[in-house]
Design a protein around this ligand. Sequence first.
Ligand SMILES: Cc1cc2nc3c(=O)[nH]c(=O)nc-3n(C[C@H](O)[C@H](O)[C@H](O)COP(=O)(O)OP(=O)(O)OC[C@H]3O[C@@H](n4cnc5c(N)ncnc54)[C@H](O)[C@@H]3O)c2cc1C
Length: 369
Amino acid sequence: MREWDIVIIGAGSVGCCVARDAAMRGLRTLLIERRKVAAGTSSRNQFNLVSGVRYVVCNPEVAAECQRENHVLRRIAPHLIGHQRDLFVCLDHVEYCNAAEQNAKRYGVTLRNVSLDEATRRVPYLPRKIYKVFETDDTYFNAVRFCHSNLKAALQHGATFIKDCNILAMEKGKVVTTKGTFRTRSVVNAAGFLCNQVARLAGFKVEMVLNLGAFGLFKRKLISTGVQKLAPPGDGDAYKPLMKRATLGTTSVTVEEDAWEDALAEVRRRREEIVDYLKEKFSSVIPKVKDEEVLTVVAGIRPLVRSGDEQDGRKISRRFVLIEHSEWMLTITGGKLVTSRLMAERAVDVVCRHLGVEAKCKTADVVLP
Ligand SMILES: Cc1cc2nc3c(=O)[nH]c(=O)nc-3n(C[C@H](O)[C@H](O)[C@H](O)COP(=O)(O)OP(=O)(O)OC[C@H]3O[C@@H](n4cnc5c(N)ncnc54)[C@H](O)[C@@H]3O)c2cc1C
């Protein structure tokens, strides 16, 4: 039976980045996905190339990491990234705004002051009474194509991908799946919000918090610039143009590990109520959103990792977490789309260390297909 150096579980943005990195370093790489590429949260999000501004007050180190990776992705994936930078609008959270400006300067996060004239030229629907407006490096990011591009690069470097393949059991040296048993020297668990379920198959545990987020998809976009509230992170604070349409999100509700499917079904049932709630929340920034037609509500589950006893999903850090369960298996999860490449780099560094391989990461320097 053929032996792999690395079996990666989950073809979301993180798993696809791990596959690309591992294959580029010459590892015999197998990526396994229970459904298809980007079947999980990587296709059910607001497609925002986060700059870190959103976290610059509550978690400036995470913000700085997002900003650095934002620049890396602009370099290696220019074809997946929009040109219009988002505006962050501060209505009346003066103290928060001042703290954001201070931290942005200190941690190298882009926050460029924009005059109210320029802001209203780009977004004619803004209210008259605004404290400040900033341009940031947040913009549109095609998250699904990002997964496919990483997978394509991995395949070009000799990786193998198997979809519709579920894991049944795992132990040191082998992974048993619905499509056969694979011998491997290491396993990387990149199963997103299902990381704990996968870790359990090998007798390990990950303290996951499943945080459901929902957003409305509008029939048309009002503007070509994304607009977000500069205020403590909350519900309904980001309006993002998406091709000819736009999204408004999100909500944040923590769900039990065994109840996520019911929670997603509940979102579909409460669609109207959620849309009205999000519109109400954002109408202080763009009152006109209240008149816009919403096609549907999309929901996904954020893979967050608890570090203390936080109950509120908004308060759980968006840092990523790498857990070395043993010398043959690790879990990489948390983070944001924008940090997927970096998460993969860290994970493959650990795998290479265990395998005694001395290849350097090249993913930040090579443009994606
Ligand atoms: C509403 C919402 C909006 C968001 N907006 C943004 C945003 O604008 N910008 C941003 O940066 N981030 C955003 N995020 C966060 C971001 O989407 C996630 O952090 C990211 O997509 C997680 O990627 P992942 O690869 O870890 O997980 P996933 O994309 O969920 O991938 C995990 C994969 O593992 C597979 N899998 C699971 N179990 C198994 C198994 N047993 N065997 C094989 N395969 C398995 C799944 O099918 C899935 O394909 C948002 C999240 C939500 C919920």
